[in-house]
Design a protein around this ligand. Structure first.
Ligand SMILES: Cc1cc2nc3c(=O)[nH]c(=O)nc-3n(C[C@H](O)[C@H](O)[C@H](O)COP(=O)(O)OP(=O)(O)OC[C@H]3O[C@@H](n4cnc5c(N)ncnc54)[C@H](O)[C@@H]3O)c2cc1C
Length: 260
C-alpha cells in the first residue's frame, strides 16, 4: 500500500517544482489513481490542484491543456468535442469510467509514460508537444525517449490541424486495458502519422511506414511495415504472438478509416 507522510498544495508550478527538487522523497500527484496502486513511500505528496494548470484553451491553431486538468474536464470541453471531427473525444470516453476520468489528470497520464495508455498513442499520432517546467517544450515523441525523472508537466499542446484521425484498440472487455492500440492521422497532404502502443511498451511512431506512405498508397504493405518496426512482448493481458498478429490489422483499419 502507498504511504504518504506529508501533503502539500502549492499555489504555483514554481512552488511545486521547488519543493519537488528540494525535498527528498517528494512526488507530484495528479489524482493519485495510478500511484496509489504502488507501494511507494512518499515523504511529501505535491498536489497540483491549486497550481493554476487546470484548463483547456485554444490559442491560434494550438489546443492547450493544463497538466492538472482531469480527463473528464477535457472530455466535456467544447474545443475537444469539435477537434478532429470528434475522434479525439471518443478516445477520452474509452478510458475506463466517468468516475476515473473525473479525477485522473493529463500530467498523471503523460509524465509516467504508461505503456498501456490509449491517450499517449492518440496524442503521438497528432502533432503534440509536452511542456515541462524545467525542461521546457518538446515534441511528445522526444519526451517519451528522454529520461526525465523530476519535473512538472505543466501543459500539452496539440496542433489543431485539418487531420483525419482514427484510433483502434483491442481489449478483452470495455473495463480493461488495451492489449494493443494504434492511432493514425492524415492531413490530406500525404503526411501520415502512425503510432502503436501497449506493445506492451509505451507508444512509438512507426516512422518507416510513415515515410513509405509519402510515395506509396498500398495500405496492406504500409500496415505490415508499421507492425514490423517494433518488438512486442507478452504480459498478463496477452502474448507477444497475439500482439504481432493484430498489429497490422489495427493499423490497416486506422489507415482505411482516415482515407475513407
Ligand atoms: C483502474 C484504472 C484504469 C485505467 N484505464 C485506462 C484506460 O483504459 N486507458 C488509458 O489510457 N488509461 C487508463 N488509466 C490511466 C489513467 O487514465 C491515468 O493515466 C492514471 O490514473 C494516472 O493519472 P493520475 O492523475 O491518477 O496520476 P497519479 O496516479 O497521481 O500519478 C501518476 C504518476 O505521474 C506523476 N505525475 C502526475 N502528474 C504529474 C505532473 N503534472 N507532472 C509530473 N509528474 C506528474 C506522479 O508523480 C506519478 O508518478 C487507468 C488507470 C486506472 C487506475
Amino acid at each position: 500500500m502507498i504511504e504518504i507522510k506529508e501533503y502539500f498544495r502549492p499555489k504555483s508550478v514554481e512552488e511545486a517544482y521547488d519543493k519537488l527538487i528540494s525535498t527528498e522523497g517528494a512526488e507530484i500527484i495528479g489524482s493519485g489513481a495510478f500511484i496509489r496502486l504502488s507501494s511507494r513511500k512518499i515523504n511529501l505528496a505535491i498536489d497540483l490542484q491549486d497550481a493554476g494548470i487546470n484548463y483547456v484553451k485554444k490559442e491560434g491553431n494550438e489546443i492547450k491543456i493544463g497538466g492538472a486538468t482531469p480527463l473528464g474536464d477535457v472530455e466535456r470541453n467544447e474545443i475537444i468535442k469539435k477537434a478532429f471531427d470528434g475522434k479525439l473525444l471518443e478516445v477520452f470516453q474509452l478510458i475506463w469510467s466517468v468516475q476515473l476520468r473525473n479525477t485522473a489528470t493529463i500530467g498523471g497520464t503523460i509524465f509516467p509514460k504508461l505503456g498501456f495508455s490509449d491517450l499517449i498513442t492518440v496524442l503521438l499520432a497528432l502533432n503534440t508537444d509536452v511542456v515541462l517546467y524545467e525542461n521546457g517544450r518538446m515534441p511528445l515523441e522526444v519526451f517519451l525517449e528522454e529520461k526525465i525523472r523530476k519535473d512538472v508537466l505543466t501543459e500539452i499542446i496539440i496542433k489543431d490541424e485539418d487531420r483525419k484521425l482514427s484510433f483502434q484498440n483491442m481489449r478483452n472487455s470495455f473495463y480493461d486495458f488495451s492489449m494493443l492500440n494504434a492511432a493514425v492521422s492524415y492531413d490530406k497532404k500525404d503526411d501520415f502519422r502512425i503510432a502503436i502502443g501497449a506493445r506492451p511498451g509505451v507508444a512509438k511512431l512507426a516512422k518507416k511506414a510513415m515515410n513509405y506512405l509519402k510515395e506509396n498508397k498500398n495500405i496492406e504493405e504500409a500496415s505490415k511495415i508499421a507492425a514490423e518496426e517494433f518488438e512486442y512482448g507478452s504480459n498478463i493481458k496477452c502474448s507477444k504472438e497475439y500482439r504481432e498478429a493484430i498489429a497490422p490489422i489495427l493499423v490497416k483499419r486506422g489507415l482505411e478509416e482516415v482515407l475513407k
